[in-house]
Ligand binder design. Structure first.
Ligand code: AP5
Ligand code: MG
Length: 214
């Protein structure tokens, strides 16, 4: 399976991605996670990316595209991949098309997870993440067994720097202006699979699998 996950911040891309990659045994390629790993390691890319991410803005296309192109050529992508948070601009989508064409492969589907702004803000603000294993929780919708600790390894959970209300609101606006046009872009190619992201996590997953296997 070669899948793109589209959707506004907090729609549930990362949550669904974890379950989808397990089911299809494919790598989870999240550009947001790649940038956060670089920030943690203090690389030059991380320093550049942080400047944009902290403001809720997109990292420039030229910094993103080459990373994804390079990642797609790795051995573990031979049987498929899931792109989470890429592409995010029409420019990035066109660059991805060029790369996939050159590789002689096509996307199987673009899953578009839909949710309205009020729920997105609540989800992002309440999100907590494990630094160790990356597991994602929500203080209300998906709480860990023990408050503040990861179920898998008991590591203290943390909140992302960009998960404060003001920044989330900017991220939603940026999504509407720069990423939403991709729904039409992929719809014209007959690839869009719209999914109601308001439903509970397990239900959303079942809907996605059904849509992908249709
Ligand atoms: P990125 O990390 O991709 O963030 P995002 O797109 O803003 O999306 P999120 O990760 O916030 O949300 P999600 O949809 O993954 O939701 P989640 O599953 O965690 O990007 C961050 C930044 O990096 C960008 O702002 C940009 O600066 C930069 N960047 C990344 N890619 C880029 C690119 N291609 N080009 C340029 N810049 C780029 O769920 C959210 C919460 O809700 C969780 O707590 C979860 O438990 C809960 N939840 C999930 N589903 C449900 C449900 N169905 N019901 C109830 N609760 C739920
Ligand atoms: Mg995410």
């Amino acid at each position: 399976m070669r899948i793109v996950l589209l959707g506004p911040p907090g729609a549930g891309k990362g949550t669904q991605a974890s379950a989808i990659v397990k089911k299809y045994n494919i790598p989870h390629i999240s550009t947001g996670d790649i940038f956060r790993a670089n920030i943690k390691e203090g690389t030059a890319l991380g320093v550049q990316a942080k400047e944009y991410m902290d403001k809720g803005l997109l990292v420039p296309d030229e910094l993103v595209v080459s990373i994804v192109k390079d990642r797609l050529t790795k051995e573990d992508c031979k049987n498929g991949f899931l792109l989470d948070g890429f592409p995010r601009t029409v420019n990035q989508a066109e660059a991805l098309d060029v790369e996939l064409n050159a590789m002689g492969i096509k996307l199987d589907g673009v899953v578009n997870i839909e949710a309205d702004s009020q729920i997105l803000i609540e989800r992002a603000i309440g999100r907590r993440i494990c630094k160790e294993c990356g597991a994602t929780y929500h203080i209300k919708f998906n709480p860990p067994k023990f408050e503040g600790l990861c179920d898998n390894d008991k590591t203290p959970l943390f909140q992302r720097d960009d998960d404060i209300e003001e920044t989330v609101a900017t991220r939603i606006k940026v999504y509407e202006n720069q990423t939403q046009p991709l729904i039409e872009y992929y719809d014209k190619k007959g690839l869009i699979l719209n999914v109601d992201g308001i439903k509970p996590i397990d239900e959303v997953f079942n809907i996605i699998v059904k849509a992908l296997e249709k």
